[in-house]
Design a protein around this ligand. Sequence first.
Ligand code: CO
Ligand code: CO
Length: 337
Amino acid sequence: MPSPRLTSLSRGAGCGCKLPAADLHALLGDLKLPHDDRLLVGIATADDAAVIRLSDELALVQTVDFFTPIVDDPYAFGAIAAANALSDVYAMGGTPLSALSILAFPLQQLGGEILRAILDGALGVLEEAETLLAGGHSIEDPEPKFGLAVTGTIDPGRMLANSGARHGDALVLTKPLGTGAITTMAKHGEVSEPLLERAIEVMSTLNRNASISALAAGAHAAADVTGFGLLGHLHAIARESGLSAEVSAAAVPTLPGVAELLADEEAISGGTRRVADWAATFTNFAADVADWQRWLLADATTSGGLIVAVPSERASEIPGQVFGRLLKGPAGIINVS
Ligand code: CO
Ligand code: CO
């Protein structure tokens, strides 16, 4: 019997299977966590990774990310999952060092070759990131899931935490948006092969160069775009920095073909709808912003680019596109025109 398509086994897909942000905040908001000075970045600020001080010059950065198959090709799934997990270290301005794999897999149903291909895909990306696979844990599960817990190092004086952005900073996005819409349509078999290939290439690309150039350009804050969409992750930077954001929808880098896809209701995943509902509580759209652009800004993304807040005169040093800026105003409010 041929094995089923990988994505047919996943209920959610990629970072779109995150628990809704609004529910999480309500549930975790009053968790009783002991205060400890060594924890430089914890769960309170919705940052990409935790930072734990070892000395005045050195801190550990730790993150974990895993999800269900977002594409059918197991090698590509492994590569995307690895690039996505490493991305949270890069989004803090850290350097990844080692990783542990997390695997849930129906071995009887899918067989060992697919499992090997997922791990091979991840190993290729880890090698590019000069990050060691140091171990892992696997369980039997009818719904496959894969990801990594990544540990890295960071200079505590040069972190790109969400709270560091300043009034007047330009906002740069380092990868085009639209992978959520493309993979959702691919699940329905309604996307051309070249478009899916392009999305896989974008999702497998490391945010390493983006992170290195953001640090070199004196960036103040960064976050990677994942399951909460551009609006959700930008909201965290603006809120934690006590600023408002201004976004020009036409300036947001977008994968070719996505405008057409988003004209079809089917391209809008459940994850994207949840982001859009939540984002409506902090986003104002000018009347002439098209519907597809509104969905694009909420697109539940996997392994997206970095949103970097950087002094505007240095924005051109970061490989990406300026799509807005941060201003004095109600914290966390985003105005899209
Ligand atoms: Co992140
Ligand atoms: Co994450």
